[in-house]
Design a protein around this ligand. Structure first.
Ligand SMILES: [Fe+2]
Length: 294
């Protein structure tokens, strides 16, 4: 039985991105940068772990504002990217909202190889002013969300293990690019992300931060809206996973109530049981904008 039989196809979430504030300690032993759980698909693959460490070192040596260094990917890993796209292309046509499909056209990156973060970042920045910056893997929610206020999206640069092309237990470059970077090629999505960052910066307690992180989760990561009578995805966690897109119609849909979303706990280890559905893109944009500017 493969992990895709038993687990959701994508787990990513701001609250699963830990660390990086104690970078110096982390860097003490660069050969053990990447700590994979024993049940991680790449745990027993020494070559994969070595490459993950190499890519992590790129992020750790990265100087904000400079060009993002080239990440080495293998032929096998480019194949993972192609497999992801083969599953997503039809799912996007059926389940993605129009704003997302427009963004995909705008970025027009290759689907037969993993694009470098640097090339995607340049395109996104030209459209919305947002930049991508590499991180080794796991970032504290406050660090991740506050960086949005500066128009910076912190991106992992490694790709999931080739044995499970449609499953990853952590955010990888496929989720970052196909989910987040694409939506950041929309000035309206970019504005919402930036406003989230500013709102998080204003928070003074863990409770306030958690409230905003939940709203981010139920909108930017897992939001859906109605378009032409159908329910379409605008959330990046949905849009970067064919499995999530297929499964989203099984969820209980609730009207877009951001107060309710701010106190609703979620389980990041399963397909989402509850999704908040806006009546239109405009409703989502205006209500979310108002809520996070309060
Ligand atoms: Fe995400």
């Amino acid at each position: 039985m493969t992990p895709t039989d038993t687990k959701p196809l994508l787990l990513d979430h701001v609250d699963q991105r830990q660390v990086t504030t104690e970078l110096d300690a982390e860097m003490a032993d660069r050969n053990s940068l990447v700590e994979l759980d024993p049940d991680h698909p790449g745990f027993r693959d020494a070559e994969y772990r070595a490459r993950r460490n190499e890519i992590a070192r790129i992020a750790m040596s990265y100087q904000p504002g400079s060009d993002i260094p080239f990440a080495p990917y293998t032929t096998e890993e480019h194949g993972v990217w192609r497999t992801i796209w083969e599953a997503l292309r039809p799912a996007h046509q059926t389940h993605a909202c129009a704003e997302y499909l427009d963004c995909l056209d705008r970025l027009a990156f290759a689907t037969d190889r993993i694009p470098q973060l640097s090339e995607v970042s340049r395109k996104v920045e030209a459209i919305s002013g947002f930049r991508l910056e590499p991180v080794a893997g796991l970032v504290e929610p406050r660090v991740f969300l506050e960086s949005l206020a500066n128009g910076v999206f912190l991106c992992t640069q490694y790709i999931r293990h080739h044995s499970t092309p449609l499953y990853t237990p952590e955010p990888d470059v496929a989720h970052e690019i196909i989910g987040h970077a694409v939506t950041l090629a929309s000035t309206r999505f970019a504005e919402l992300n930036r406003l989230f960052g500013e709102a998080v910066r204003r928070t003074r307690s863990t409770e306030e931060l958690e409230r905003l992180a939940r709203v981010y989760w139920f909108t930017i990561e897992f939001g859906v809206l109605r378009e032409g009578g159908a329910v379409k995805a605008y959330g990046t966690g949905l849009l970067s996973s064919a499995g999530e897109l297929e499964e989203m119609h099984q969820a209980t849909l609730r009207p877009l109530d951001l107060e309710a979303a701010s106190v609703l706990d979620y389980d990041p280890t399963h397909y989402q049981a509850v999704l908040f559905c806006a009546e239109s893109f405009e409703e989502m944009y205006s209500r979310l904008r108002k809520f996070i500017r309060q």
